[in-house]
Write a protein that binds this ligand. Structure first.
Ligand code: GRF
Length: 195
């Protein structure tokens, strides 16, 4: 399965997925990393692993549509089948959604539908919940709203954003690759089950 990872930041989830592809645990190939931030640390991580990066700055385009069209062209050239969002801080628009219908996956650091949007871990701590978690879901036109594929609970470390974030990231790095592997697995039908 040929995938593109979209990231705007540190890229620890990108790296976990890339390692799983390399070890054969995840039967997929990251053909390109797409970033909207030319200074994102994910670029260093990708370079170290010899994975191509394409950076697109939204402000260099006249519209969101033009920005996404340029990305879609690159993805088509590379034969990309699935988009994997890993800390991509931009809402996916109709151009990308229509090019990859039900083929875009995201990971979010909360038990959705609780705490969508930015700073989900901070929101959970501010709210005083004792348990938060991680959600992997398909992307639709909303913000963190698409069909849920997998969730795992993580205990909040009382008033400690850093420690809670660390546990969340550890869970993310395992849950994402496992969920993607399930998603990409071919479905075999036997002649018996077709009767
Ligand atoms: C993760 O917590 C992910 O759930 C959220 O953004 C963060 C990205 O972290 N969408 P990293 O860049 O993969 O380290």
């Amino acid at each position: 399965t040929k995938i593109a990872v979209f990231a705007s930041g540190s890229g620890s989830n990108f790296e976990a997925i890339a390692q799983a592809c390399r070890s054969g645990e995840l039967l997929a190939e990251i053909v390109v990393v797409i970033t909207d931030r030319p200074a994102a640390y994910v670029i260093e991580r990708a370079k170290k692993m010899n994975i191509p990066v394409a950076a697109y700055e939204a402000k260099a385009f006249r519209s969101k549509e033009a920005f996404e069209k340029a990305i879609v062209e690159r993805l088509a050239d590379d034969g990309v089948e699935w988009l994997v969002l890993a800390g991509y801080m931009r809402l996916i628009g109709p151009t990308l959604l229509n090019a990859f219908p039900s083929r875009i996956v995201n990971i979010h650091p909360s038990l959705l539908p609780a705490f969508p949007g930015k700073d989900a871990i901070g929101q959970a701590i501010a709210h005083g919940v004792k348990v938060t978690g991680v959600t992997v879901h398909l992307v639709d036109e909303g913000m963190d709203t698409g069909p849920i594929l997998a969730q795992q609970a993580v205990a909040v470390v009382h008033n400690d954003l850093e420690k809670t974030a660390q546990s969340i990231h550890e869970v993310e790095h395992v849950l994402y690759k496992e969920t993607l592997q399930q998603l990409f697995k071919p479905i075999y039908t036997t002649s018996e089950s077709q009767k």
